[in-house]
Ligand binder design. Sequence first.
Ligand code: AMP
Ligand code: MG
Length: 696
Amino acid sequence: MAPSKTDAEPHPMVEVPEAIRRVLETTAKTILSSTVADSQHDVVASNASPSELLGRFLAEDVLMREPGYPPYRASIMDGYAIRCQDRQNNNNDSGNWTHQVSGRVHAGPSSSTKEALSNSNCQLELPSAVYVTTGARIPDTYDCVVPIEEINESPDQSHIAIAKPATITPNEHIRNVGCDIPAGCIVLPQGSCIHPVSLGLLQQSGQPEVKLVKKTRVGVLSTGNELLLSPESWSSQTSTANGGLIQTGQIPDVNKPILLSLLQSLGNNTIQTIDLGMERDDNIESMAQTLEKALATCDVILTTGGISMGETDIVEDVLVRRLGGTLHFGRLNMKPGKPTTFVSIPKGTGSPTPCLVFALPGNPVSATVCTHLLVRPALDMFRQYKAHSIALSLTSSAIQEMVQNTFVPPELVATLTHDIKLDMERPEYHRVTLDVKHVNGNAMEYTATSTGVQRSSRLMSLRDAQGLLVIPRGTIQEPKVLAGQQYLVLLLEQSRYNLPVRVKDSRHLNAYNADDKHSPPTRVAITQLSENESDYPLMSQQELSECVAKALICSRADSVEVCRCESIVGDWKAVQKPLSFDKPDEVDVWVVACSGSFTYSLKVSQMLRQQVGKVADALALQARLGAAAQDGMASLYEPVVGLLTNRQFDNTDREVDSCLLIALPLIGLTGGLDNVRGLLKHAVNVSRGEPHKHQL
Ligand code: AMP
Ligand code: MG
């Protein structure tokens, strides 16, 4: 019998955000330690099918080949190619024919092209002209094209007169060789992702093949003696009366098809999945051999089953004791997915790059949820950084930079439609469906509804799920969360309502950040401006305060104190005086929400911009995008973000900026604030006098 895990001390319970950080730090080190030998590329024909190329990353610049694009002098118009010189010598525009037509050239390799070229060398009474279509190759020695609209043709098309007495200059209506893309120019840079337009540029470049970053190879292994070897055996046995399965206690392997296809869809063509088959849980030797072989060919391995505390749970033994893996965590404080284990194992091929192994629990819901939470960000990091790993060195700042910029499941805050009983031991990632409604004009509010019984074997709880509602462990005082309360939801798929979320902006991940624990409340002043109360209704002060506070809270440790909230109605001259905010040091953030005509909002923006000492246009752009996502009309407004100039110098001679101004249209207020939330926090720290770690 295999060594049992039950005798061992259970691993310490790790919070999910901490586990995600450990996964990402280990992944970053793995990517950075990859050598040139590891990072071989694939050479693929440039005309390979789009499905082979799209989404992949270039391992090398694609350069424009000689002679550039277009490869020949091409006509931009349908018309007549002439020589400018002839036109200038012949200024007779009085209706007589000015040119004799010596040939007709259509776009493409037509025989008429040759005819035209030979004819044009014959002796003609008048200067020669050649009829050309758009895209046709201009015969040599001709240097401009007169559009057909500016030409009179003889009935037999043998002669023409240029109708429009305009001067014609050389190269008019001609695309010269290489004028769109000069030879030698970088058409697609190394590290960029191939999208539909890239496919066109690749063709124009004239390169027969491209070097692509190798796909991340992800192996999937199912373990468990109860798993049927093939899906067919399930259908044949279930159709048997008193079927064999009931006797043998077997079930179909559902983790394999779910995980293989989930990885494919998450990877967007950057993942090569490898089916590692199925292993029994009573044969350590066989499992160790299969995994040892897989280490050499996989960058990442997912196993399912056999990782809990039972006597057949042998996977950790194999990974750590037999294969020499380093255990990064062995238990998670979450439901479902508690036994999830993460190990990195040397490949045994002499490569310094280890293989990352996620040993997931066997229950299909746990395996799928943990793939979303832990594996998905790691694969995103491979996707983003594999192409650049050679240029980066293995330093802690490079690792942190990579971790901070990795995408995690998008997040939103949703209101519960009903009470949910909490688990008294662990926080829960509860499967929910979402609904959206518009409130306060156009702001969107989401509601979350449970998908029913959340048992981790009940795959039906994932069938319609759109997100994972993050709810805390229950206590005797608070055994349930209530209808109407709001909680964070991690989306299982990218939705059109949500922007992608990076680690640095994630509320889920920053909620447990130790740095946040003791931060003082963010002090906020809110000014609501309206040109005309009846045309542009104001929000109540309470509504406004709640909406701003909610949008500014990054993590559970954050708190927002609204120090003042005022509404000013009047034309832009009337708001000029009250807008000069004279005591900015009392607050950290001053939010101005503006509603009115386009001219009014522009005037307000201009006035505010003058007050700002340090303008943060990058933040303003983010705010504008967020506002526009909430309401398209909000994109007309020019948001203003920056630090107010009324600053002091403390006794260390450091500059202390006193207040961060953020002015947005009322119709895009929540969206705008939401989109800069993570960055605002940094800006507030700067305004409190903390050293500038990054430029705004
Ligand atoms: P384990 O993690 O091995 O303790 O398994 C937990 C539960 O998940 C058990 O009821 C298993 O039968 C079930 N299970 C394990 N692997 C799979 C799989 N690949 N497909 C479906 N169910 C599985
Ligand atoms: Mg098992």
